[in-house]
Ligand binder design. Structure first.
Ligand SMILES: [Zn+2]
Ligand SMILES: [Zn+2]
Length: 306
């Protein structure tokens, strides 16, 4: 069999070469496995190490800065290659430049990719990476002291019912702790004692809604939502509102007895927004939740009196 020669470098090529007129090395030079820019930059939150290219801030699963850099490059530059799953990438770092505050501001990242099915076929590229330090939305809120966006107020009508506040608070704290473990923007920034309950200051409006949903599954209460204008988002040209949710617990549970205006009833059932009472002559009375929160009635609860 006559020898064939690479049209570019002149080396002898065999029948397994990827191209009939080029050796493997020259072929890969012309058709690299992947292509990247020579210079790249992204933002890194100086407080929490979330990273960002445009608006969205992304939390890495890693704590190590170099792993975070890898995550960011994979997400922003290599995502499509990773999706195809044909190339295995590895990273190395060089020429590290630190700022006066000891922040890594630029470095050379060498990215090596090998074809999964034939690791002899590889490509390597070095890009200069600049890291711009910034504060993510969450951390800038924290630093500015705007560390809460919404408030949940838990209230009972009488101090003798504080137990329900304690129970609800325990559940909420447990619920939010689990949320926070998955998403660090969801947290309670402050709990304030009030005369007839507590106020919870929450980091997001979403968290408020999730707590309310969680509470609805376990407690009976009246919910009043309100909002207050606290500022203006000039970029979006609209007001910024602080949301408030007032939760007033019913002062009894199912199977408690209650004395209302000197008449004794059994709390036979509690539905989504109504209470079914049975008086001592076995007559049924159905009342809206709001009936029990009014000041006009005198109400005494006898727990678990069946
Ligand atoms: Zn060649
Ligand atoms: Zn941050």
């Amino acid at each position: 069999m006559p020898h064939r020669f690479c049209a570019i470098c002149g080396t002898v090529i065999d029948e397994f070469a990827p191209h009939f007129g080029m050796c493997l090395n020259c072929y890969l030079d012309e058709n690299p496995l992947f292509e990247l820019p020579n210079i790249y930059s992204f933002k890194l939150c100086i407080d929490c190490q979330k990273y960002s290219k445009k608006e969205e801030w992304i939390e890495s699963e890693n704590k190590d800065l170099f792993k975070i850099i890898e995550d960011a490059l994979i997400r922003f530059l290599l995502r499509n290659y990773i999706k195809q799953d044909m190339i295995m990438f590895s990273f190395s770092f060089d020429t590290l430049v630190y700022s006066s505050r000891d922040l890594l501001t630029s470095l050379d990242v060498t990215i090596l990719g090998k074809l999964r099915d034939n690791q002899k076929i590889s490509h390597q590229q070095t890009l200069k990476l600049n890291i711009n330090y910034d504060l993510c939305k969450n951390c800038s809120n924290l630093r500015a002291g705007m560390y809460y966006l919404s408030i949940i107020q838990l209230r009972v009508t009488d101090k003798s019912q504080f137990e329900v506040i304690k129970e609800a608070l325990d559940q909420i704290l447990f619920f939010v702790e689990n949320l926070f473990a998955k998403n660090s923007t969801q947290y309670i920034s402050k709990i304030e004692d009030q005369n007839l309950g507590v106020d919870l200051y929450l980091s997001t409006n979403e968290l408020m809604n999730r707590i309310i949903l969680h509470m609805k599954a376990n407690f009976n209460f009246i919910l009043n939502r309100s909002k207050k204008l606290v500022g203006r988002d000039s970029q979006k040209g609209r007001g910024i509102y602080r949301l408030k949710a007032l939760i007033k617990f019913l002062p009894f549970k199912k199977n408690d007895a209650v004395i209302i205006n000197n008449v004794r009833y059994l709390v036979e059932n509690i539905t989504k927004n109504r209470v079914v009472l049975r008086d001592e002559n076995s007559s049924k009375h159905v009342k809206n939740f709001s009936f029990f929160i009014k000041d006009k009635i005198s109400l005494k609860t006898i727990k678990g009196a069946d």
